[in-house]
Design a protein around this ligand. Structure first.
Ligand SMILES: [Zn+2]
Ligand SMILES: [Zn+2]
Length: 205
């Protein structure tokens, strides 16, 4: 059984960072540490956990600006190859918000279908371009970490660098809604939802 703790970072835009671990273990995966390294570490400690890996749904600063700090702590950082461009070009939106970006090089470049084995858990990578060219969702057990691809009752913006609305809709329909059965969906912002609920009620897909 996986356990999940949500840590909301950057109060202005409320990015969801998730700490994920296998019940009974003390090593954890961090999905999208966008900022507030100390706050995330505090929640890790409160739960008796040590971070071992950082899984990034995409390279916008609000999802990855604490990745460098965790990497220095020894975490393996995973990012889709197509989003490396956002790190190198400065198109990670940090400058637009007047925020200093702590750059890093991902340790592992993801592709569609990459299976990540970390901390006794298995995450399958689904490449879901649209919000950015290298956006991915991570599937583990009955949970999807959907980043800025799919939200409760809405979808991610597509007006940033490498965004594409038609790709995003196709990604949600063909990669996420095409999965068998129901899943808990943990998005990059806003409320946790389910795949069935979004199949029925999401007005954008
Ligand atoms: Zn984003
Ligand atoms: Zn975001």
């Amino acid at each position: 059984m996986i356990k999940i703790k949500r840590v909301t970072v950057i109060s202005a835009i409320a990015t969801n960072c998730y700490i994920v671990w296998s019940e009974g273990r003390t090593d954890a995966v961090i999905v999208d540490p966008g900022a507030e390294y100390e706050k995330i570490v505090r929640v890790l400690h409160e739960n008796g956990l040590t971070a071992k890996a950082v899984l990034l749904t995409h390279a916008h600063y609000d999802h990855c600006n604490a990745a460098a700090r965790f990497q220095k702590d020894g975490c393996t950082v995973y990012l889709h190859s197509s989003d490396v461009y956002l790190l190198e070009s400065g198109e990670n939106l940090a400058w637009r918000h007047g925020i200093e970006f702590e750059n890093f090089r991902p340790d592992v470049l993801l592709e569609d279908g990459t299976v990540i084995n970390e901390c006794g858990m298995t995450f399958t990578t689904l490449h879901t371009p649209g919000h950015t060219g290298g956006s991915v969702c991570f599937v583990t057990e009955n949970t999807i970490f959907s980043g800025d691809t799919l939200f409760y009752m809405t979808v991610g913006r597509t007006d940033f660098a490498t965004g594409s609305q038609s790709s995003l809709i196709a990604s949600v329909r063909n990669k996420l809604f095409a999965l068998d059965g129901d899943y808990t969906v943990c998005p990059g912002h806003g409320d946790i939802t389910t795949l069935d609920f979004e199949r029925k009620y999401n007005p954008y897909v």
